[in-house]
Design a protein. Sequence first.
Length: 324
Amino acid sequence: MQAAPGVLWLRMPLPMALDHINVWALADGDTWTLVDTGMQTTDTAAAWQTAFPGVLCGRPVGRVICTHMHPDHVGMAGWLTRRFDCRLWMTRLEYVTCRMLAADLGREPPPDAVRFYRAAGWDEEAIEDYKARFGGFGKHIYALPDSFRRVTDGDEIEIGGRMWRAIIGRGHSPEHLCLHCPELALMISGDQVLPRITSNVSVFPTEPEADPLAEWLASIAEIASRVSDEVLVLPSHNEPFRGLHARLGQLSAWHEEALDRLREALRHPRRAVDVFDVMFRRPVGLSLLTFATGEALAHLNCLIHRQQAVRELDAEGVAWYRSV
Ligand SMILES: [Zn+2]
């Protein structure tokens, strides 16, 4: 459906509990500029094949922009850019990180990663499950094009005669792109601002000491200072919404409250896997373990960087956290 003049809202299916992703087709002269692409599945390919002669009126895709490198956003970018012989526009860290993760396909699970999850308190069953899944990222994306056009913070991108400003956020992914069009009072927010769920903010084995939550909170504050509260926000999941600043306030409050609860719980030393009940409302099974562990570690690392907690390794290499 039309979200604004020249801005079409399409939905692509996802094979998981979060069963859809929103993508955007912006009228751009005789072509379309697409923002995000869906995960690489036969269902997504079929949905695009229906859209080309249907809602997209047979006009070609002239450019593909991806907000970030997660498979539901970037999965069909390589397929679309090859099919229409057009360019992929992306931030550099998203493009490079995507190539890096895709290259894990077929590799042995690295000892660094096994050590990382053992330190978090995972048992052997969880470690074996991780080893079996390792490298799976590349299965969900069509191979990226071998070159891209870099987008940097503050860039003004002209689409269909209107200016869209690039706003970079961090914490959910390394260099996430949002697009703000003051003339249409729209912001395409990707996963940086979602209306009903909090975006995953995780620590991953490649950078165990990272503090993505600090980056996330700084990005939230920066978006509030740069984007007017008047915009209609076009998010990647659920529905477009108004009230950007109130939502940003809720998101940062949720994380600050989680940090407070965590600091309280760490009066007694705990492992990362012991704090799920403090952080999440639903129980964490094997399928959510990687996300939950990454998110718990993001909050634990944030407390360490704020000098409100310390981490100590025991003889088995398991990390115990306590507040100070
Ligand atoms: Zn994402």
